[in-house]
Design a binder for this molecule. Structure first.
Ligand code: TA6
Length: 305
């Protein structure tokens, strides 16, 4: 399959509307600016189909993107909401697979009274030779982003267009912004088993009704519920994360202990985000040829007055 390259000009000619514009980013990257209502908006980089900013209609930024993030072809952006596929974490391929490094194409965008949408896709034809070689399967990944006043929904569809089955892991690697990490409380994880990457991968059970982040944290919680809540006790804001098709969720914060290992994190940044990352990481998803798999993450802002 071959496609013609979507340039800034052709993207704007074909898809732009009053709530969608494509703009150039440093280097040769392109991002989409999608809006809904007066102040709700998202920025999505075509590289990685990566949401780097999400402002809800109260004008508040809900995602953390590093001020030292790199915007270069083939380099993942630190922060926001990367899509991880077909390998979460380390393995045969480079860390976290290729979907976050590859340039996705725009399929469609709509704008109505109820929401604004953008649909992006990635296929084997969009990969470079090294990536195609590392994962020799025919597939179509489709990401539909839907924006309303206070919600951002990411629906990821994986379609096996190959003649043989394939298996993969995936995740929404969501960097949620907090005013101060010590004000962050996560609920919905009580009594779940988790694998602690920092304690020799031991399987432990979460005993706390509300999980506080007070140290370097890198855990994979198992059999997550349909909703997880992140409350910022300093602002009274809660992000309700509703998911489907996701078995696990990583909770990650490098703390001062480990953030120095990330050259694209400005010192002290660990205080302003926590990653909650729903997906299927423990067990691979098996997809027969011709089959589709769908996973969804909806982020909804709840305000306490
Ligand atoms: O949160 C899961 C995780 O794989 C962590 O182990 C941590 O290293 C993080 O993602 C960041 O990974 P990255 O490849 O983006 O540097």
């Amino acid at each position: 399959m071959t496609f013609s390259l979507q340039t800034l000009t052709t993207l704007n000619e074909q898809f732009a509307h009053p709530h969608l514009t494509f703009v150039a980013v440093e280097g040769d990257l392109i991002k989409a600016q999608l809006r809904y209502a007066e102040r709700a908006g998202v920025e999505i980089h075509l590289q990685g189909a990566h949401v780097t900013h999400w402002q809800s209609n109260d004008g508040v930024e809900n995602l953390f993107t590093s001020s030292s993030a790199l915007y270069q072809t083939g380099v993942p952006i630190r922060g926001g909401n990367p899509i991880i596929f077909p390998q979460f974490g380390a393995g045969d391929m480079p860390q976290h697979g290729f979907a976050r490094n590859a340039r996705w194409r725009v399929l469609d965008s709509t704008s109505s009274d109820t929401d604004t949408r953008l649909v992006l896709a990635l296929t084997a034809a969009d990969l470079n030779e090294k990536q195609r070689h590392a994962w020799q399967h025919a597939f179509v990944l489709t990401l539909t982003l839907t924006l309303t006043e206070f919600t951002l929904t990411s629906e990821l569809q994986v379609q096996n267009t190959d003649v043989v089955p394939f298996a993969f892991t995936f995740g929404f690697h969501t960097y949620l912004a907090v005013s101060q990490i010590t004000s962050a409380e996560i609920s919905g994880l009580a009594y779940l088993n988790y694998m602690d990457n920092l304690l020799e991968k031991q399987i432990l059970t979460e005993q706390r009704p509300r999980v506080l982040i007070d140290r370097f944290t890198d855990r994979r919680y198992q059999q997550i519920p349909d909703e997880i809540f992140l409350t910022d006790t300093a602002t009274g804001r809660t992000v309700a994360m509703a998911t489907s098709g996701c078995q696990d969720a990583f909770v990650w914060n490098p703390w001062a202990t480990a953030e120095g290992g990330f050259k694209d994190l400005t010192p002290g940044s660990y205080q302003y985000f926590v990653c909650i990352e729903p997906g299927c990481m423990r067990k691979q998803v098996m997809l027969k040829n011709g089959e589709r798999f769908v996973a969804k993450q909806q982020l909804k802002i709840q305000l306490t007055s």
